[in-house]
Design a protein around this ligand. Structure first.
Ligand SMILES: [Zn+2]
Length: 349
């Protein structure tokens, strides 16, 4: 396999991606950014009504297609209520625990395009006033946004243009360490999105014909369950979701290898396709882990649920502390990139 992983390029693209706010439902800016990149790469694509992008590269076999997907939407929140104090109550977009965003800086995106800064805090944060705050539940009632504007009443806040239904994005706090770690929110699934873009670039640069026509589906509704479950081209035989590997007690995934998922909450992934991925990894000396994700669904399982007749599989970089302050290592990105490369250049079995 003649493949070189461009670590610097991949990480700088990933940084750009995580820094564009894109909670599910508020993805126009990131999808415009993605569309621009696809244009530069001179690849054919369509934009769906739901806002996803599907890029297509013709292969030698145009009758049996492959589809690879990653998602650009992330966790976030929406203004649920403007409180009498001028502060905001939030409702979650996507699934996370409130403690994962407590203390985080955020941006409120108003309908007229203003970006107002704030901090997500427990209402009872000040220790000099609230004695038993540490034991209080982190929930919709107690969590609020302190706006960085002189507001004392709901009216003051509304005058800024802030209203119920405005999206709120969390600061990613991207950091790359000298030891090779990448720490940031939203590595799920912008790490895989960066890898897919890099893969498209390599294919376009080398001008080598793929064995099968291959689609790259950049979805924008995964965190709310229906990202890649529409517009799957009829010739698609294999559907590969590229999304994070889940790390924790009892899990085999880690931050250094590519994680191949055998089963998640939706049930087992397609056995033969999963085996093919494992065999490819072995053949190319790619460090991989086979794993089962206990609380997880992907765009591949969403496509199956929607009724698509495809063989589905899931792989991706191992992401530590998912849906919170996430972290992965450059080794995991490299192993994932290598497996993706050898997969798109392999014949369908
Ligand atoms: Zn994801």
């Amino acid at each position: 396999m003649t493949y070189t992983f461009h670590a610097k390029e991949t990480v700088s693209l990933l940084k750009q991606l995580v820094e564009i706010p894109s909670p599910s439902g508020f993805t126009k800016e990131i999808m415009d950014f993605m569309e621009n990149i696809l244009k530069q790469l001179q690849v054919d694509y369509i934009r769906t009504n739901k806002g996803a992008l599907i890029a297509t590269i013709k292969g030698a076999d145009e009758t049996k297609h492959r589809l690879l997907t990653a998602h650009t939407d992330t966790l976030g929140a929406m203004v649920k209520e403007v409180k009498g104090s001028g502060r905001l109550k939030l409702t979650m977009v996507g699934g996370f625990n409130w403690n994962a965003v407590e203390g985080e800086y955020c941006t409120i995106h108003t309908a007229d395009g203003k970006k107002i800064r704030g901090t997500i805090l427990m209402h009872q944060t000040t220790v000099h006033v609230y004695k038993n705050a540490s034991g209080l539940p982190r929930d919709e009632q107690n969590i609020e946004v302190r706006i960085d504007e002189k507001v004392l009443t709901a009216e003051d806040t509304r005058k800024l243009g802030v209203e119920v239904g405005d999206f709120v994005s969390f600061d990613p706090r991207f950091e790359e360490t000298e030891t090779g770690f990448i720490k940031s929110r939203h590595l799920d699934d912008k790490a895989s999105t960066a890898l897919l873009l890099q893969l498209i670039k390599i294919i376009q640069d080398t001008k080598v014909t793929l064995p099968h026509t291959t689609h790259f589906y950049i979805s924008n509704n995964e965190e709310i369950g229906y990202g890649g479950n529409s517009n799957v081209p009829a010739e698609t035989v294999e559907y590969l979701a590229v999304d994070m590997g889940a790390i924790g007690d009892g899990q085999s995934s880690d931050e250094y290898t590519v994680s191949i998922c055998a089963k998640d909450s939706s049930g087992p992934y397609h056995y033969e396709l999963t085996r093919q991925l494992v065999e490819l990894a072995k053949k190319e000396n790619i460090d991989y882990k086979l794993d089962i994700y206990p609380y997880y669904g992907s765009d591949a399982s969403a496509a199956i649920r929607a009724g698509y007749d495809v063989k589905h599989a899931l792989l991706g970089p191992g992401i530590e502390a998912s849906h919170a302050y996430e972290r992965t290592h450059i080794d995991s990105l490299e192993n994932t990139a290598k497996l993706l490369y050898s997969y798109v250049f392999a014949k369908m079995s």
